[in-house]
Design a binder for this molecule. Structure first.
Ligand code: NAP
Length: 293
């Protein structure tokens, strides 16, 4: 009886920690490699995952989720002041059994992104999964929004996704396999006053992902988008408390989301075998605030 219980537990663990990717063979035959990314070590079939903007907030939670799952993670940040936080995340992942490096790069600068990918390849040989997460806000009502405010958000949140996607495609198209996960926002689906720049960028990401999914499908590369609602990070901390209370009252689940809840969705899209057949879609992790969008 005891033995049966142990066997069952081991079987359950093997299922829950399994990850797979369809490897596209030259003859068009798909071979699914499954391997248990067992506890406290880098998985034999570890994917190299680049998470832009992963020194803090959602990006950090995503990096930790994948790193602790035995993957090799590239932590990216832009500010000098975030170097220590990025290094600490690298150590946390290594201590949990994954592998990681931290690389500083500015997603709004195409040359910086080329360098980011070159250094990533130098570190881990390739990039298998790209999580386009880096993002900023520079809120203001339309009548008062300065061109620099508009442009900075478009450059980082929209053009940055394009530069990273283009650099990733150059690598992944040769291998005929790869996954891109874009972090957009409910604001790109339903809008928000004071965020014309952010809504335009995030809505643009959803459209770009669908175009990319159609363009890249023949190369075995999938592209999906995650739309978080209001999640407790530095970005939401900046919002006015009274406004946040009103927003929370309008969330069907009546609370802010946790970064780990978004990270769980990204882990599924990045690693689960089912996602070999999911592309061009948008998944909300938003407590229901944008249901039907
Ligand atoms: P956050 O806590 O402010 O963290 C932003 C991250 O992006 C940091 O790691 C930052 O690096 C990095 N970053 C900023 N500009 C960059 C650039 N030019 N190049 C590279 N990295 C850059 O933000 P968050 O709340 O985690 O948001 C992460 C993503 O989720 C964003 O795309 C955001 O729009 C989206 N999102 C967030 C929410 C939410 O409620 N929090 C909701 C929907 C969507 P440094 O530390 O070096 O500055």
């Amino acid at each position: 009886m005891m033995f049966a219980k142990v066997v069952l537990t081991i079987a359950a663990l093997a299922v829950s920690t399994t990850n797979a990717f369809v490897q596209h063979q030259p003859l068009g035959v798909s071979r699914t490699i499954t391997k248990s990314s067992s506890l406290n070590m880098v998985a034999d079939d570890a994917k190299v995952v680049l998470v832009t903007g992963s020194s803090r907030g959602l990006g950090k939670a995503i990096a930790l989720e994948l790193g602790k799952n035995g993957q090799k993670v590239i932590i990216n940040y832009v500010s000098d002041g975030s170097a220590d936080a990025a290094a600490a995340t690298v150590e946390e992942i290594k201590a949990a059994g994954g592998d990681a490096v931290a690389i500083q790069a500015d997603s709004s600068d195409p040359d910086s992104i080329k360098k980011l990918f070159a250094e990533s390849v130098e570190a881990f040989g390739t990039v298998d999964v790209l999580v386009n997460n880096a993002g900023i806000t520079k809120d203001g009502l339309v009548m008062r929004m300065k061109p620099a405010q508009w442009q900075a958000v478009i450059d980082c949140n929209l053009s940055g996704v394009f530069y990273c996607t283009q650099a990733f495609f150059k690598l992944a198209s040769k291998k005929r396999t790869g996954r891109i996960i874009n972090i957009s926002s409910v604001v790109g689906q339903i809008g928000n006053p004071g965020q014309a720049n952010y809504a335009a960028a995030k809505g643009g990401v959803i459209g770009m992902a669908m175009a990319n999914a159609k363009e890249f499908s023949s190369r075995g590369i999938t592209v999906n988008t995650v739309c978080p609602g209001f999640i407790a990070t530095d970005m939401v901390d900046k919002l006015d408390e009274a406004y946040l209370e009103t927003v929370t009252a309008g969330i069907p689940l009546k609370r802010l989301g946790k970064p780990e809840e978004v990270a769980g969705m990204v882990r599924f899209l990045a690693l689960d075998p089912a996602c070999d057949y999911i592309t061009g879609h948008t998944f909300n992790v938003d407590g229901g605030i944008a249901m039907g969008a």
